[in-house]
Design a protein around this ligand. Structure first.
Ligand code: AQP
Length: 337
């Protein structure tokens, strides 16, 4: 029996951080063992907010290199760049024409990001979830790993596939599109900002001290952890709603030290911050060291990354073009002569 297919991606909107690794990429590395995995760098999504054209290509390659450095194995997983598979943009247009505007206007992420953009909100930002639906549906994905923040977008992709395509149009092999299911991720994957335990660690936070990027050198990691927000209490614990920073830092220590939550909680139950922070810094530096070493190797010699992205694109194109043709046929387009 064929393995269930999974599709996921990260935007090249800046340096990847611990949240992107622990909340997303680490799970893909596990999934590639048991699933047919496609992972892409979603550069078309990255331009839905103002972006710097002089950085886009470099950030795209750097993101792909980090996937590999974190353990994505191109022999088992197709790695590609979204904008290099033209079917993403084309299916997005076809889906746009059947998606009601008010479905998009009620998306929480749109409302949150739109506030930050003021008068400058692009149509692309509103359309972000339809492009995401195209990404998923093109690959006949069975499962999509989603965190809390992306659940609503996956629901939209399911509604578009089911109600707006499959219910209205007949394919040769009905239904036209596969309706994907969410893959709920394991606990402890949400990493919070170092400067505010109630907001998530994010690439676009203007305060660089709020996140540890996967490429931060050891001294910078130590400095950021030293400055991380804490509280006046002694002893670390999980699950106290009045101590979100403690919960986050202890959670990071549990994962990065490899000790797990129970052992970490016991070890740090009586600890002061002066003792804990160097421990967390050391665990973080050690966990990132092999990733950074592999990343440097990949960036020094571009041949390997080029080859991985070429092979990934070819495999992605084969699957995506097939789905696109099914949708074009179902919608009644003339076939090229
Ligand atoms: N703090 C986080 N904790 C756990 N998972 C996270 N992810 C992001 N931040 C955290 C997961 O990373 C994947 C890809 O994210 P993305 O780049 O597509 O967009 P995002 O979720 O909006 O990530 P950022 O860092 O906050 O980027 P910006 O600032 O550019 O919007 C997703 O699977 C996400 O859950």
């Amino acid at each position: 029996m064929s393995r269930p297919r999974v599709l996921s991606g990260v935007q090249p909107t800046g340096a990847l951080h611990l949240g992107n690794w622990l909340g997303a990429i680490r799970n893909w590395v596990d999934l590639q063992e048991t699933h047919d995995t496609f992972v892409c760098v979603v550069d078309l999504h990255a331009i839905t907010v103002p972006h710097d054209p002089s950085r886009l290509a470099e950030d795209t390659r750097s993101t792909a290199a980090l996937y590999l450095a974190c353990g994505i194995d191109p022999k088992r997983c197709s790695v590609f760049v979204q904008s290099q598979v033209a079917a993403h943009s084309e299916l997005c247009w076809l889906l746009n024409c059947v998606t009601p505007l008010n479905w998009l206007e009620r998306m929480i992420q749109f409302k949150e990001k739109a506030v930050k953009q003021g008068d400058n909100v692009s149509v692309g930002l509103l359309d972000y979830p339809v492009l995401m639906a195209a990404d998923i549906l093109l690959y006949d994905a069975d499962l999509v790993p989603v965190g809390e923040d992306q659940k609503q977008h996956l629901e939209l992709a399911r509604d578009i596939a089911q109600q707006r395509i499959n219910a209205r149009f007949r394919g040769k092999d009905t239904p036209v599109l596969k309706v994907p299911k969410p893959l709920i991720l394991k606990e402890g994957a949400r990493v919070m900002s170092l400067t505010d335990g109630r907001s998530k660690m994010s690439k676009s936070d203007p305060n660089e001290g709020s996140r540890i990027t996967l490429l931060d050198p050891p001294e910078l990691i130590t400095k950021k952890i030293k400055r991380a927000k804490t509280d006046p209490e002694r002893g670390l614990e999980f699950g106290n709603p009045d101590r979100p920073e403690t919960d986050n830092l202890l959670g990071l220590y549990a994962i990065l030290s490899g000790k797990g939550r129970q052992q970490a909680a016991t070890e740090c139950a009586e600890m002061g911050w002066g003792q804990f922070k160097p421990l967390l810094a050391e665990a973080t530096v050690s966990a990132l060291e092999p990733i950074q070493a592999r990343y440097r190797e990949l960036m020094q010699d571009p041949t390997e990354l080029d080859q991985v992205l070429r092979t990934g694109r070819e495999k992605a194109e084969t699957v995506a073009n097939d789905t696109l043709e099914r949708v074009r046929d179902a919608l009644g387009f003339a076939r090229p002569a």
